[in-house]
Design a protein. Structure first.
Lengths: 303, 415
């Protein structure tokens, strides 16, 4: 072999012309989609149409998180039960028995557990959504997709846990002889609003944590504080004064946890608390998404 | 006809923080407000006024040295980072491959990762299902489909990842050279697939250091330097501009603020000098001559057992050979804080051309300072084999001595 023949320059350019006999997409009647990339300034609304186009990615990311959660852990599905059950145990013993808080409540453990199921969903969604952007750094720096997909996909794991825990709740309720009533039909809407509120907070924190990692350390502590600041978890609403019942639903977790318990345990729903908390949830989510959209274009630069 | 890609006056500015990136934490920010001192951040233009257009079906190569702005341009076109100024229009479905296996998760099985990765790359579920068998066949991993990829060898992992990427069928494909990593077989496969794609009528934008690949696939090339388009024209024209831009050989170079430094421990290597066998500074060495690479270093944190690594690259940036004194017998040195360490090639096995050196300083097994493309030197023709004949340059850049034997068939031998 003469050295000259090993040169790779001999890919004939004529071949290019002769082999491009595939169907020509460029003469097709449909104009190919146009993407324009320009520097953006100021606030931007979420691009709903684009989010919809990427819904399958949302599904696969949520599925990934669920699978990994149950592949990596020894307890597996048990985790879905452990968190609300253990917290319930602590509350039932120390608040219910020793502090006597649960005296006015018929089945205090069941009462607390129903709230904890809702709270666990709420708190876990905030937690995973808030750290999701930093955790998916590789994706952010290597490929484009609407960044909101990442925090939104984290709702999947928490929702999966919620469904499992709700099964246990149903078993417990039947064991206590408590049956759901008509208010059960409101449950999907209650869960939706819980997801909206938690995702809104999580999305806001996710964007914040990309820039300021400090907030990651405050996160767990903050969620814990929030839990204790949501008294509908461990106190019956009758124990609050009228004025407290008027402003407590401004904490979205208050009214939604309350509504979740009322829907699952066959009580009638406190429409005022539910309505106010849902409105606050929507406002928070809107603010969170707007903030996220404003800073997301710098993610790949700063992460 | 509209161009598939139209880039108009695109610039990208990065702010360089003191600690790299935006590593100011809240306390530092508050302090900077209280002190009323303007943030001492410098700006850096990774791209400056880039304009070009790519017609549908064209395959265009982008070449340039490290830091010329190739990767940033790619990221702007892939919509990962936003341009600071200018406008890009893309007509058609865009697929970008900046690495293979984006989104792969080690805990998931091969099957699960195909779906996840395909979805991340922008394929629909139906599309993945339709191509699933092809992808698996291309990767050749049928028996391991339900094994978590953490149990795959790195070769299998890359094969699966590339198989998914290869079945992406966008109208505009943006590809980074990182695809051409891996073993020789895999590279061949990558490049084969690239050729198939470029012949298939799609618009391809290909960033590469590999001139042979650019020559093979691209009908046009851009040569970038310092964030600007220096040449937009034929592949040969761009490659010529690229290769001649590197002729800047020097006998010594200050390393204290070298742009090629990639380590984070500060500038521990302060100077590099090239000399011949007698210690005379040189920037031009004949093939087969002696080249000594002398590096001055100082480690303020205490004595180290110095290890020097040297990698020689050709002017395309391809690593040709390299070594360090860990691999050489009897080359352990006593711990010192500062001094000179040198590496001598007694018989430099290089063809004429311009070459560059990457320098690595380590303390035993821990790399503490790395400078890429630290210094360049020229090699001129020399009588490497001692025969009075000059080797032909088309044989490749490296000269390796060998012995030859020949034996004639003896009459009467059975063949």
């Amino acid at each position: 072999m003469s050295p000259e023949t090993s040169r790779p320059t001999t890919i004939p350019s004529a071949q290019v012309a002769t082999t491009t006999t595939r169907e020509e997409p460029w003469t097709a009647p449909v104009e190919p989609p146009l993407t324009v990339i320009e520097p953006q300034r100021g606030w931007a609304l979420p691009n709903i149409r684009e989010l919809w186009r990427y819904r399958e990615l949302l599904y696969f990311l949520a599925l990934r998180d669920i699978k990994i959660r149950y592949k990596q852990t020894v307890l597996g599905v048990g985790w879905a039960f452990a968190q609300p059950l253990l917290t319930m145990g602590v509350f039932a013993i120390f608040l219910g028995r020793m502090a006597g808080v649960g005296q006015g409540v018929e089945h205090y453990p069941l009462f607390v557990f129903a709230g904890m199921v809702a709270w666990t969903f709420f708190g876990n969604t905030i937690n995973t959504a808030a750290t999701s952007i930093v955790a998916n750094e590789r994706l952010i720096t290597k490929i484009y997709f609407p960044r909101l997909i990442i925090p939104l996909s984290t709702i999947g794991v928490a929702l999966f846990d919620l469904i499992l825990a709700s099964g246990l709740l149903a078993v417990m309720a039947v064991g206590y002889g408590v049956w759901p009533g008509w208010s059960l039909v409101a449950l999907p809407l209650v869960v939706l609003m819980l997801a909206v509120a938690a995702a809104g907070v999580g999305i806001f924190l996710a964007a914040l944590i990309v820039d300021q990692r400090d907030f990651k350390y405050v996160l767990n502590f903050g969620i814990q504080l929030w839990m204790f600041a949501t008294p509908s978890l461990y106190l019956p609403p009758e124990t609050f004064s009228d004025s407290a019942r008027w402003w407590l639903p401004l904490n979205p977790a208050y009214g939604l946890v309350l509504a979740f318990r009322q829907a699952t345990l066959g009580e009638s729903i406190d429409l005022y608390a539910w309505g106010v908390s849902s409105t606050v949830a929507v406002v928070i989510a809107w603010g969170g998404v707007l903030y996220f959209r404003r800073v997301e274009r710098g993610f790949a630069d700063t992460i | 006809m509209h161009p598939a890609i139209r880039v108009t006056n695109v610039s990208k500015r990065f702010r360089l923080g003191s600690g790299g990136g935006s590593a100011l934490n809240l306390t530092e920010r508050l302090l900077s407000v209280v002190r009323r001192r303007p943030e001492t951040r410098s700006e850096f233009w990774a791209l400056r006024d880039i304009s070009f257009a790519v017609q549908p079906g064209e395959t265009i190569g982008i070449i340039g040295r490290n830091g010329a702005g190739k990767s940033t341009l790619l990221k702007v076109l892939a919509r990962i980072v936003e341009p600071s100024e200018g406008r890009v229009e893309l007509r058609g479905r865009v697929g970008s491959l900046l690495e293979v296996g984006t989104g792969f998760h080690p805990e998931l099985t091969g099957r699960e990762n195909i779906y996840l990765n395909g979805s991340v790359l922008g394929m629909t579920r139906r599309e993945i299902r339709r191509k699933f068998d092809d992808i698996v066949a291309f990767a050749g991993l049928e028996p391991f489909l339900d094994t978590p990829v953490k149990r795959y060898s790195s070769g299998m992992y890359v094969r699966l990842a590339f198989a998914v990427a290869a079945h992406l069928e966008p109208e505009i494909l943006i590809v980074d050279e990182v695809l051409a990593v891996g073993d020789g077989d895999f590279q061949k496969r990558c490049l084969g697939k690239m050729r198939e794609i470029s012949l298939g009528g799609r618009t391809v934008l290909f960033v590469s250091h590999n001139m042979a690949a650019v020559r093979a696939f691209c009908s046009r090339a851009l040569f970038l330097a310092n964030g600007r388009v220096m040449v937009d024209g034929t592949v040969e024209h761009a490659i010529r501009a690229y290769t001649t831009s590197g002729a800047e050989a020097t006998v010594a170079r200050d390393l204290r603020s070298h742009p090629g430094r990639v380590s984070r421990h500060g500038a521990l290597m302060s100077e590099v000098r090239l000399t011949d066998a007698l210690g005379t500074p040189v920037s031009v060495v004949p093939a087969g001559g002696t080249l000594a690479v002398r590096v001055k270093f100082a480690v303020p944190t205490g004595p180290i057992r110095p290890v020097l690594g040297v990698v020689v690259r050709d002017h395309y940036g391809t690593a040709l050979f390299g070594l360090n004194n860990r691999w050489v017998p009897n080359a352990w040195f006593e711990p010192i804080c500062a001094g000179w360490i040198s590496c001598t090639y007694p018989c430099l096995p290089l063809q004429p051309g311009t070459y560059s050196l990457d320098l690595w300083l380590a303390n035993e097994n821990e790399d503490i300072d790395i400078v890429m493309d630290a210094i360049r030197f020229d090699v001129i023709a020399g009588d490497f084999f001692g025969s009075g004949k000059l080797p032909h340059p088309s044989c490749g850049p490296v000269l390796v001595p060998a012995t030859f034997h020949c034996q004639a068939d003896q009459p009467g031998d059975a063949a």
